[in-house]
Design a protein around this ligand. Structure first.
Ligand code: ATP
Ligand code: MG
Length: 442
């Protein structure tokens, strides 16, 4: 039996006291029937937004054009939408108009999948389920409300929502629902990329993103939304396996895993009878960047992911000196090094490597942690002196020589961290400046 927080019941009572209906709808009802924890409660009501605003003290007009307000109630924020039926969809995007509807049944009819088209009265616990959504939930099936082709043509985003839900809930696509996608896949181009990005984010948060990406391919969506991922079977499966090997919760790393080899096809060459993929890290980074740009990832996310893809091909052997470990850290940056190693471990796992086969990488991780723990200088800003010191103590003028010298000093400290001491660095800097630029320090 589903359980509903008492604040939700009191919330519904406030509507009833004012002569209005209130139903719990959408993902909340679905997740209650699935026995999952529900955090976002969405409601539908026959009350108009202005009426809702008059009943409660604290109401935020979050989507007033679509009839949605957010009510702050007993510490919750509840989204309440007036029963709606959507007008015409002229371009596979969003309805041209929305109009308020008289009953919950009409409101349910505009919803995408039967599992999302169930309403629950929080007081009586009566269920309105005109499309057998509970049955679909118990069978683990994603079924379009009504004619799938019509519903996908109305709003093409629903096709990607279908594959997203498949990964998120580990449900299967109903045969007719899945079959409707292929002929309409191109229409996904009409959908705003930001909306697609939000679905992708949910795919990447799911336990196994591969479920969604594989379905994207089977339904013909993949070549339209992500041609760079539409590579030959073996490579495609390797990208998916690598992505799944990264635990949920680190989205940038999962994106890097999914994209890390997308440049391989264009780099394939046969050299001395062997297949090689020279430069594929660089080309993959470029392709990854195209994809991330297209889907409006933030600059910070994009740079992080591209950096990981770009650097996934380092070689490590236990013979590396500590200085080599420090140089590696310097090259990749403190913030990225852990993910770069994790990406390589996932890459190996995506090729079927065992834990023992990734021992080498895990020993590198240990050495990296040791170096990080010792607080040794890894960047110019870790040095015991600054550019200003070089000007005041050695008499350099502002200009590129300052940067050159600081990098020279960092090189010295990467080799031997004990050199990172003000007096020593000034002495080394002075000698270097004299040797390189002669008597004049200018
Ligand atoms: P999640 O757990 O990801 O929030 P959700 O089902 O709540 O899943 P939302 O995007 O929050 O998904 O949408 C809430 C509800 O609104 C859905 O359950 C569905 O009934 C309806 N809905 C959302 N997007 C669409 C759409 N594009 N077409 C039709 N109905 C939609
Ligand atoms: Mg939701």
């Amino acid at each position: 039996m589903v359980r509903i927080p008492s604040s939700v019941r009191r919330f519904a009572r406030s509507f009833a006291d004012n002569g209005h209906e209130l139903y719990l709808v959408g993902g909340a009802v679905r997740d209650l029937f699935l026995g999952k924890r529900v955090e976002d409660f969405d409601f539908a009501t026959d009350a108009l937004p202005d009426t809702v605003r008059s009943i409660f003290r604290r109401v935020i007009p979050t989507g007033i054009r679509h009839g949605t307000v957010t009510v702050l109630f007993e510490g919750n924020s509840f989204e309440v939408t007036t029963y709606r039926s959507d007008g015409d969809y002229s371009d596979s995007r969003r309805p041209d108009t929305v109009s308020f509807a008289p009953s919950i049944r009409e409101d349910l009819a505009r919803r995408d999948f039967t599992m999302n088209a169930i309403a629950l009265d929080p007081r009586s616990m009566d269920v309105v389920d005109p499309y057998q959504g509970r049955e679909a939930i118990s069978q683990g099936r994603i079924v379009a409300v009504g004619d799938a082709a019509i519903r996908f043509a109305e709003d093409a985003l629903r096709m990607v929502r279908a594959v997203r839900f498949a990964a998120q809930l580990r449900f299967d696509l109903d045969t007719a629902t899945q079959a409707a996608i292929l002929p309409l896949a191109e229409r996904i181009l009409a959908v705003a990329r930001e909306r697609l990005n939000r679905e992708y984010a949910k795919i990447m948060e799911s336990e196994r993103p591969s479920v969604a990406w594989r379905l994207m391919r089977e339904t013909g969506l993949l070549p339209v939304v992500a041609p760079e991922l539409d590579v030959e079977d073996d490579l495609f499966e390797h990208l998916l396996a690598t992505c799944d090997c990264v635990p949920a919760g680190n989205a940038p790393l999962r994106w890097a895993a999914l994209l890390h080899d997308v440049g391989k096809p264009e780099c394939a060459r046969i050299v001395d009878g062997r297949m090689t993929f020279h430069d594929h890290d660089r080309v993959s980074a470029r392709r990854a960047e195209d994809f991330l740009d297209r889907y409006r990832f933030s600059k910070a996310e994009r740079e992080r992911i591209v950096h990981l893809v770009r650097n996934h091909m380092f070689g490590y052997s236990p013979e590396w000196s500590d200085a080599a470990v420090r140089r590696f850290l310097h090259r990749l940056g403190r913030d990225a090094v852990e993910d770069v190693i994790a990406l390589r471990i996932a890459d190996a796992c995506g090729k079927g490597a065992t834990l023992r086969m990734t021992e080498n990488l895990r020993s590198l991780k240990k050495r990296v942690d040791e170096v990080l723990g010792q607080g040794q200088p890894l960047t110019v800003s870790d040095l015991a002196i600054t550019g200003t010191d070089l000007m005041t103590e050695i008499g350099l003028s502002p200009g590129p020589r300052i940067g050159i010298l600081l990098h020279q000093l960092l090189e010295t400290c990467l080799d031997d961290p004990t050199q990172n001491e003000r007096g020593r660095l000034l002495a080394i800097a002075g000698a270097f400046a004299r040797e390189t630029w002669g008597g004049s320090a200018e």
